[in-house]
Design a binder for this molecule. Sequence first.
Ligand SMILES: [Zn+2]
Length: 271
Amino acid sequence: MKHRFAEMIWYEIKEAAKDERVAVLPVATYEDHGPHLPVDVDVLLANEICERAVAQIPSEAILIPPVNHGYSPHHMDVPGTIPITWDTFIRYVKDVCVSVAHQGFTRILIVNGHGSNTSPCDMAARLTIIETEGRVLCASVNHWALRKVRVDGGEIRDSDYGGTSHACEYETSLYLALKPELVDMNKAVDERAPLPPSFQTDLLAGTHPQGSAANLNIYWSARTTSGIMGDATKATQAKGEQFLAAAVDGLIELIREYRQTPILPRRNQHQ
Ligand SMILES: [Zn+2]
């Protein structure tokens, strides 16, 4: 059974929509990931996690061709960044989702691999629901926020809080599991931004225990000298394989939960 939208003939897509398969859309961006990783980290990880998860459950999900350019203008001090403007990006992702909804798919899941895409992806998902007048569901998730990644990841990681943020123990390990020949671990370092707890981040742990979950996104080059945030030195291929398994299982778990989620009717109180 085919699982990639792009490889289907039109009537197969029609059938996939009728079968209420969840439409999974990977979203990422190209930007610098320190001195030891290629610029396609977010793209590779988001696409691979989605590909592997959807391939395992083709009767329940379908892989939509990805959106590989995202929002990262704060990275422009470093070569390798190709951002698109924030409103272009939101409208682009929303347009893709609305077009997928037009095919008959009623549950669309945006799976994001780039931290600064979080708010725009949430907005694109919400706008998709508004534009389709509530006839479809559209949700967004970051792969590091999947339940199994947070739970299992807490066991797999060796770094303390702040060790998994960007080009870090988590992302470097995953890249080592997928394309080890492109990683230069000799250049991996441990770097943390000198910011108080409320403005520190950790992909797997979320808000700092002594912090207030405030959002502050300054220019990337002001935040880190190496381009790394977290402890890339702790990354290994073995941990990457464990993180990858957690992300794939976590995404399958979410897809199944989403597929059972009712589309609750609106109640127009104006009449
Ligand atoms: Zn990244």
